[in-house]
Write a new protein. Structure first.
Ligand code: TXA
Ligand code: MG
Length: 332
């Protein structure tokens, strides 16, 4: 059984409370823990987040500790109402109103200038802050019940796939956090699109389910993918870390034939195939899509798979957010 190993971990080990988000009282229980400076995982439409009150530096430190997250990787601050953004950000550019009117609440995170009240630990010392209003009733009810914005990185141990169920959260963080609020399975399955609006320009720092085209259509203005290659410091600090990688080796295939060759050429290996179409001659093909990608990575590891072959059809390649996660997993 997995448990605390070092003396330090043993002292800090706690029982993680499981709270099913089925009554208003359950949400209040989770809110009460957060108000007392504890760390609680909660559902959003993208992935589960690891919440703490954004203005409580001690609680925010616990989020970094529980995840094993490097201190130079800033957190997203979550709000339940657009007005509350004024508590965490200043000098909102004109584009901000246009974009939030169309996409908030939703799977979009916007980088703007930080309010001085936001502790430096939240933004890893940066002068900017990431804000998001999740489109998830349980998340919104929780933030309202707490009455404060919540920081929430994905509720996984650093380097693991993001969790899309309460069970995934417990698999990674049991005994390391006070509670998990179970609101079912996340529908989108990959993390929010992250954009920067500093200088009133739209730069996409992390692709997601809200696309470049949707942002351009909503604003009548061009958007660019931030080029991390040219900069010493990646624009989204988190993008430089190993991410989303299962234990199994990831192999990318582009045609049915390539998948079949892989299966034939490696008879002894335990191989899982993910694709969005049936593969001739292959029995055990699981669906490749954003909603279940991370769950499939976790399942493949649990089943002892040595290799995961992903068929990147043209549809899949057209989904920039999904391809970004697949390529990162393959690079890990
Ligand atoms: O869908 C999501 O965004 C989920 C849910 C829980 O809301 N959260 C999430 O958080 O994915 P996290 O911490 O795993 O990813 C946040 C990303 C990181 O790549 C981080 O470096 C970047 O956003 N980020 C945060 N603040 C930033 C800032 N001020 N400037 C640039 N990038 C920032
Ligand atoms: Mg993350």
């Amino acid at each position: 059984m997995a448990g605390p190993h070092t003396i330090g971990e043993r002292i800090q080990a706690m029982t993680t409370e499981y709270i099913a988000a089925v009554t208003p009282k359950a949400v209040c229980r989770a809110a009460d823990l957060l108000q007392r400076g504890e760390v609680v995982a909660f559902p959003t439409e993208t992935v589960y987040g690891l919440g703490a009150v954004a203005f409580n530096s001690v609680a925010v430190r616990k989020v970094f500790d529980a995840k094993g997250r490097p201190a130079d990787n800033p957190l997203i601050v979550h709000v339940a109402a657009v007005e509350d953004i004024h508590r965490i950000a200043v000098r909102l550019p004109p584009l901000f109103g246009v974009i939030t009117a169309r996409f908030f609440p939703g799977p979009l995170t916007i980088i703007v200038d930080k309010h001085p009240d936001v502790p430096d630990i939240v933004t890893a010392g940066l002068p900017s802050v990431a804000v998001r209003m999740p489109a998830h009733d349980v998340a919104l009810a929780l933030i309202r019940a707490v009455g404060e914005p919540l920081v929430a990185p994905s509720a996984n141990r650093s380097g693991r796939p993001s969790p899309t169920s309460a069970q995934h959260v417990l698999d990674d963080l049991d005994t390391r956090i006070a509670a998990v609020l179970d609101g079912g399975i996340c529908t989108i399955g990959i993390e929010s699109t992250v954009i920067s609006l500093r200088g009133n320009q739209i730069a996409i720092l992390r692709p997601g389910s809200i696309t470049k085209e949707e942002l351009e259509e909503a604003t009548g203005q061009g958007a660019v993918y931030a080029d991390m290659g040219k900069s010493e410091v990646p624009v989204a600090p988190g993008m430089k870390y190993r991410h989303y990688a299962p234990q199994a080796r990831i192999i990318l295939a582009h045609t049915q034939q390539e998948v079949q060759q892989r299966l034939q050429g490696a008879r002894m290996k335990v191989i899982r195939v993910l694709a969005n179409e049936p593969i001739e001659g292959a029995e055990d093909v699981r669906l490749l899509c954003a909603a279940t990608l991370y769950a499939e990575f976790r399942q493949a590891d649990a089943d002892g798979m040595e290799e995961i072959v992903l068929l990147c059809s043209s549809d899949i390649q057209g989904d920039k957010g999904l391809m970004n996660r697949i390529l990162k997993a393959a690079a890990g």
